[in-house]
Design a protein around this ligand. Structure first.
Ligand code: ZN
Length: 161
């Protein structure tokens, strides 16, 4: 079986930045399952995996446009402290869900000043070149439920449908 859309693919992976720092890894955990063709993983990695088989290992370098996108200045904005009523101690690094025109958007506090708080809605890995080392551990056909929901149903997963 070769990787194609409408399949559930499990991979072991290590993700490094361009300087070789490990950002994320499945090492010591279960392999990561994803539904191919459903935007579950970044396009650059998914495209590189198409046609691969169980046991294949590959190193993939993903540019920002095929990864988490470029850093967008329009996703960074300074807002009034009045938006944070009930939160006394706003600190750099805190994350909130913000209402954006396209829906809920996770934002990170990047600056706290007397006259306002700077929020960044970019993905933390936006603008980064990503280096993945991947091993394919399992490939199976997706179920109809999985196709409808656009994600993998793992054993014991109990999300509401
Ligand atoms: Zn589901």
């Amino acid at each position: 079986m070769q990787i194609a859309e409408k399949q559930v693919v499990s991979i072991h992976y290590t993700l490094k930045d361009s300087e070789g720092n490990i950002l994320d890894s499945s090492n010591g955990q279960e392999p990561l399952p994803f539904l191919c063709g459903a935007n579950n993983i970044v396009p650059g990695l998914e495209n590189a995996l198409l046609g691969k088989s169980v046991g294949d290992k590959l190193d993939v370098v993903v540019q920002p446009e095929e990864g988490y996108g470029e850093v967008r200045a329009d996703l960074v904005q300074k807002v009034d402290r009045a938006n944070f009523q009930g939160i006394d101690d706003i600190q750099v690094g805190m994350q909130f869900m913000a209402e954006a025109p396209w829906g809920q958007q996770p934002v990170t506090v990047t600056k706290v000043e007397d006259d306002g708080v700077t929020l960044d809605g970019n993905h933390p890995l936006a603008g980064q070149v990503l280096a993945f080392s991947v091993e394919v551990t399992e490939i199976r056909a997706a179920t109809e439920d999985e196709m409808q929901h656009g994600h993998v149903h793992t054993e014991g997963c109990d999300h509401q449908h």
